[in-house]
Design a protein around this ligand. Structure first.
Ligand code: SAM
Length: 267
């Protein structure tokens, strides 16, 4: 089924390309970026981007061509490529992305790198007296930090993740299922809880958390107005402080000081 939200264009207005290569060059003109057009064609062919060029002489089925055109028109209308494709790479994972949560950023992949380093032998985030290693991800959004820590962190790592948005949490759980198809026991080690920062976490964790990590909302009200429309119009407003949402500007760190959490490491 083609993704929803396509710009208005009838098939009659679309050039008649029938091969992979022809459709690729036609939609490159629509999207304005050959790499992005290639990602779209790769998606409809269900192959890696590098394979598209090797298949340029092959015929594209009418259904695949239709879907590629629909996606290209969405992209040309300003929908982020990640939303057009519906999934995106984050470190070793391929996760679902949509309007329910922020599109995972490359900087967040680095945040995971820093957090993982703290879980290495000799660093500050170490097992508790019972040998249990617990990490907490606050404001988990699509769940990418929590799931990456579980997949890439030490064996047996328990990850607890909180999120106040019901929609984002549903996306995180869908990603847990998706990651679980390849890493079942690892994904099962992640608990997603709904609520504000530390509030939904069980009290007993307070004594033995090795690591707390968070990528909290970071866009100020002043910055919001100046954002690229691709971000402003498609990422949820809750990634900024209370712009248009009416939310109170609490932060994980003010909440931690109030509730007395003392992790081994904090990122
Ligand atoms: C910048 S996004 C980061 C999402 C994800 N961790 C990532 O890095 O892609 C911030 C997240 O914090 C969540 N959030 C905002 N206030 C919160 C609160 N008080 N408690 C829990 N989550 C909150 C938002 O809903 C949003 O999903």
């Amino acid at each position: 089924m083609p993704p929803s939200g396509a710009a208005d264009a009838t098939d009659a207005e679309r050039p008649p390309g029938r091969s992979v290569g022809e459709v690729l060059s036609e939609i490159t003109a629509v999207v304005g970026d050959e790499q992005e057009a290639g990602r779209i064609v790769a998606e409809v062919l269900a192959v890696p981007l590098s394979v598209v060029v090797l298949r340029s002489g092959e015929a594209l089925s009418p259904g695949a061509r239709e879907r590629a055109w629909t996606m290209a028109e969405m992209r040309a209308a300003g929908v982020p490529l990640q939303h057009v494709l519906g999934s995106w790479g984050f470190r070793s994972l391929d996760v679902l992305v949509d309007r329910r949560s922020l599109v995972p950023r490359p900087e967040t992949e680095q945040l995971v790198e820093l957090a993982l380093a703290q879980l290495s032998p000799g660093e500050s985030a170490q097992p508790d007296a019972g040998g249990r290693v617990v990490a907490v991800d606050l404001g988990t959004g699509s769940g990418v930090i929590a799931l990456s820590l579980a997949v890439e962190g030490p064996a047996g790592l328990e990850v607890w993740a909180t999120e106040r948005s019901t929609d984002a949490l549903a996306l995180a759980r869908a990603n847990q299922e998706r990651v679980g198809a390849q890493h079942r026991e690892v994904a099962d080690g992640v608990r997603f809880l709904e609520g504000s920062w530390f509030e939904p976490l069980p009290a007993e964790l307070r004594r033995g958390v090795a690591l707390i990590v968070s990528n909290p909302p970071y866009v100020s009200e002043a910055e919001w107005a100046t954002l690229d429309p691709v971000v402003r119009d498609h990422d949820p407003t809750r990634h900024s402080w209370p712009v248009r949402s009416g939310w109170k500007p609490t932060s994980p760190s003010s909440s931690r000081h109030r509730s007395g959490w003392q992790p081994g490491a904090l990122w």
